[in-house]
Design a protein around this ligand. Structure first.
Ligand code: SF4
Length: 769
């Protein structure tokens, strides 16, 4: 079939796909297609009518662990469609476009069907087909040899974000003897760290049902998390008359519901938060009783924030000082107000400081764990927690000391997920060999060249790295540098793990048989564990035994759980507010078990950070390049560039190969203000060159009035083509659409000194390509 014909075929299918929404693009804009959703009985009736079979299970198209419940339909052994599960307490029947597009992902020509061994030079992409057992044997032999010669810490793993298999990866590393779980600083752990060490808990979700004022700050609540979860909460809050203030550089769907849009310059949220603290402190808009009883270091804060008045922040943030004062007053003076803040604020060299500043703001204004404010921890249910597969009880100080590039300072390790090195730091060690080089990296579900800043340096490291194992479902951006490629099953081809969250536990059920010589990532880790001689730690390779072990607190096994096709729901515990007495005393994850909050109070003045050699109070630090920090650069690079990570149709850097999804968002679009574009003779849809001091991209311009005139923004994760639609891959480095080539990786300027978050702001020029 010619490419043109193929394209037309997909376009026809796409029309059907969009027609099914009943709303077309409007449905896309809300992030959800009103396709079918069923109860179990309805799903079975629909399947019988269409001569299909149906299987209740979970969606597997995003993470970390959104876990929307689905009914998966098959006809003659082929996975045909997905419907939302009404019984699911996660998504209540709603699904996003990704969920519905799953069959195209499963049958993509990009699927890896059998293990591969590199036969050409690194980067050449020449591989030879090998069997699963041969692949496991090669990896085990290499790791055993390196463990013997260089120590077990010479192995690292990559994790751009938490996944359902994350604890299995930890288990493997611990059985092997390495602390180097490479965790990306673009994940939520940075927020988790700052908040645990400021207010003693994370997450601290907004009590949406009772808020009068909600600040949505650097978060994309419509497309983040389970389909329609937060969208419903916002729409309902708006319906009750709550005032919504959206703080973000560009208009996203939540701004459409907002009473006020605060278009802060990317990377300057810390300055905004500090100025809001200045207003709140100087106008005494605080909850004096709470501050007196439950906060430590308010007097130091009072002096400290004098250097951050709104007039100072106006120059940095681009927000008029009057507006900064206004939002500070609206928030502080509201009886019930919450701050829903997200990933967007934490990709800066002052990442930890903005988290702390916002945490302090919530606390001193009396909005912490009060009705309509921010909960201290999410509402909980009476459901037991599965037994962890993590082996954290084996951690020792010696273990922590071996970290190659600690994601968080060693005195604070292990943090809640376990010990971790910075994702980027693993590659850095390969090049610098300091304090020692990582020799092998196992990369499950990670595409290092497009998943972290500094892509050019990552490629250099991949060339030098001794042994690289890519583990994934489809071809990845970094696969050409792999020594061994392990294909894995999609979640629709396996019957594990069970999933549980909130008040709901359910077995995962297999929809179709695997399409190639592969297993799941869980089985890969178990098989490798057994081959390495760690069989007793890996249930001797049995996933059934693994699940039964984890289910012990429930008093059932996996066969019992499968008897409940739509899972088991537990009662919610009635919400309790003001849990200060218990939460503020909680032990930290550190080996010593010292509390997160040494004084048993909100740590405004943070003695733990001070003792470790860091600033006890939040401060402002400019991004590596910015209008106020490096004005000399603005002649050549007058615009700010940043990227956002949440999309209605793609998960991170995956799924551009799925035709239904690619048709919705076919090109990497740079949001550019109409005035900024017309000054450059740029029209909507033009290809443009975006150049920073570090690299350049060729992407399409989308004239977008809902962005700051001094700022351009783009979705990250672009590299992959889509064969069915005739889209080729973009270059991975300069000249492609990989935004990670654009940013500084200067060790002095680009990283947060405590949490190793990396900057995602720089200065650029945009010209017609
Ligand atoms: S949010 Fe979308 S992709 Fe993620 S689990 Fe739900 S339906 Fe699947």
């Amino acid at each position: 079939m010619s490419m043109e014909k193929k394209k037309n075929q997909w376009l026809l299918d796409r029309r059907t796909f969009l027609k099914a929404t009943g709303a077309g693009i409007a449905g896309v804009a809300m992030g959800t297609f009103p396709f079918e959703s069923f109860t179990l009985d309805e799903a079975m009736a629909a399947a019988a009518k269409g001569g299909e079979t149906v299987m209740p299970t979970f969606c597997g198209m995003c993470g970390p662990a959104a876990n929307c419940g689905i009914y998966a339909f098959t006809k003659n052994g082929r996975f045909t469609k997905v419907a939302g599960m009404k019984e699911s307490s996660v998504n209540n029947g709603s699904l996003c476009p990704k969920g519905h597009a799953a069959p195209q992902w499963v049958y993509s020509p990009e699927r890896l069907k059998y293990p591969l061994k590199r036969v050409g030079e690194k980067g050449e992409g020449k591989f030879q087909k090998i069997t699963w057992n041969e692949a496991i044997e090669i990896i085990a032999d290499t790791l055993k040899r390196q463990k013997e010669k260089y120590g077990p810490e010479s192995l690292g793993t990559l994790s751009p974000a938490r996944r359902t298999y994350s604890e299995y990866v930890y288990r493997f590393l611990i059985a092997h003897g390495s602390p180097n779980y490479g965790h990306s600083g673009i994940c939520a752990m940075q927020r988790s760290f700052g908040l645990h060490y400021t207010v003693g808990a994370w997450p601290i979700p907004v009590d949406y049902g009772k808020s009068d004022v909600i600040l949505i700050w650097g978060r994309q609540p419509i497309y983040s998390g389970p389909a329609m979860g937060d969208a419903r909460a916002i729409v309902n809050a708006k319906g009750r008359g709550a005032k919504i203030i959206a703080i973000k550089p560009t208009v996203e769907p939540d701004v459409g519901l907002a009473d006020m849009w605060v278009p802060v310059r990317p990377g300057t949220d810390t300055a905004l938060a500090l100025a809001m603290l200045n207003v709140v402190v100087n106008e005494n808009l605080i909850d004096n009783e709470f501050v007196e009883k439950w906060c430590y270091g308010y007097d130091q804060l009072k002096d400290h924030v004098q250097k951050y008045p709104p007039t100072w922040a106006e120059k940095i943030t681009g927000i008029p000082s009057e507006q900064i004062t206004e939002i500070a007053r609206i928030y502080a003076m509201a009886k019930r107000a919450g701050i829903d803040f997200g990933n967007g604020v934490e990709h800066t060299p002052s990442s930890n400081d903005v988290i702390r500043a916002v945490g302090i703001l919530i606390a001193i204004t009396g909005h912490l764990d009060r009705p309509g404010g921010n909960f201290l921890g999410p509402p909980i249910s009476k459901m037991p927690r599965p037994k962890s597969v993590h082996l954290r009880e084996r951690y020792t100080q010696e273990w922590v000391d071996k970290l190659v590039y600690p994601e968080f300072p060693k005195p604070f390790q292990p943090f809640v997920e376990g010990t971790s090195s910075a994702y980027y730091g693993l590659f850095d060690s390969v090049l610098t060999e300091k304090p020692y080089p990582i020799r092998s990296i196992i990369a499950p579900g990670s595409q290092s060249i497009v998943s972290t800043r500094g892509s050019k340096r990552v490629v250099e490291a991949l060339k030098k790295l001794e042994f690289y194992v890519v583990v994934d479902v489809t071809r990845t951006a970094d696969m050409d540098y792999a020594d061994i490629v392990i294909p894995t099953a999609t979640p629709y081809e396996i019957d594990h793990p069970f999933e549980c969250g909130g008040n709901w536990i359910m077995a995962r059920n297999r929809v179709i048989q695997p399409l190639g010589d592969y297993k799941s990532i869980f089985e890969f880790l178990c098989d490798l564990g057994v081959k390495m001689g760690y069989g007793s730690d890996f249930w001797n390779g049995s996933m059934v035994d693994s699940m039964n072990d984890q289910l012990k607190p429930f008093g059932i096994n996996i066969d019992d759980l499968r008897k409940y096709p739509t899972g088991i729901k537990y009662e919610m515990v009635p919400i309790q507010y003001e849990k200060y007495e218990t939460v503020f005393k909680r032990k930290s994850s550190q080996l010593s078990g010292a509390p997160f909050l040494p004084q048993g109070k909100v740590a405004i003045y943070n003695t733990s950070f001070k003792e470790a050699g860091f600033n006890p109070l939040p401060e402002w630090k400019e991004p590596p390049e910015s209008i106020t920090g490096t004005p000399e650069l603005t002649k050549k690079y007058p615009l700010i560039l940043s990227d956002y990570h949440t999309s209605s149709v793609y998960t991170a850097s995956w799924q551009r190969n799925v035709p239904y999804l690619r048709e919705i968002l076919p090109y990497p679009m740079l949001h550019i203000h109409p005035d900024t574009a017309s000054e450059r003779g740029i029209k909507n849809g033009d290809w443009v060159r975006v150049e920073s001091p570090y690299g350049w991209m060729k992407v399409k311009a989308e004239i977008y009035p809902g962005t700051r005139p001094d700022t351009v923004m783009i979705l990250h994760g672009w590299w992959q083509g889509c064969k069915e639609l005739g889209f080729e891959d973009y270059p991975l480095l300069d000249g492609g659409a990989n935004v990670n080539v654009m940013y500084s990786v200067d060790p002095e300027k680009a990283f947060d000194p405590i949490v190793t978050a990396m900057a995602s702001q720089t200065l650029v020029q945009v010209t017609k390509a």
